[in-house]
Write a protein that binds this ligand. Sequence first.
Ligand code: F3S
Length: 84
Amino acid sequence: MPREFSVPGQRLRREECPVKVRIDVGLCQGHGRCYDLAPGLFGDDAEGYGMVLSEDNVPPEAEEDARRATLNCPEHAIQLIEGT
Ligand code: F3S
């Protein structure tokens, strides 16, 4: 059964709740776990620092990868933004 989220004025199922990822470039130290764990969402720049590949919402099938990458960044540089 899909989880539901409450936002002002409506209830959303989990798959209807958009998620985006961001990297705080001031915190990223280039550990690379994001692009190892979620290569469909993150890449690396010429110096090995993480980059978000798309500004779009994370596809529902990649949301678990986004959460895993967020939780595994040693610098806590990845932000998971929900409900945007
Ligand atoms: Fe940077 Fe964290 Fe990825 S330090 S390269 S955002 S795992």
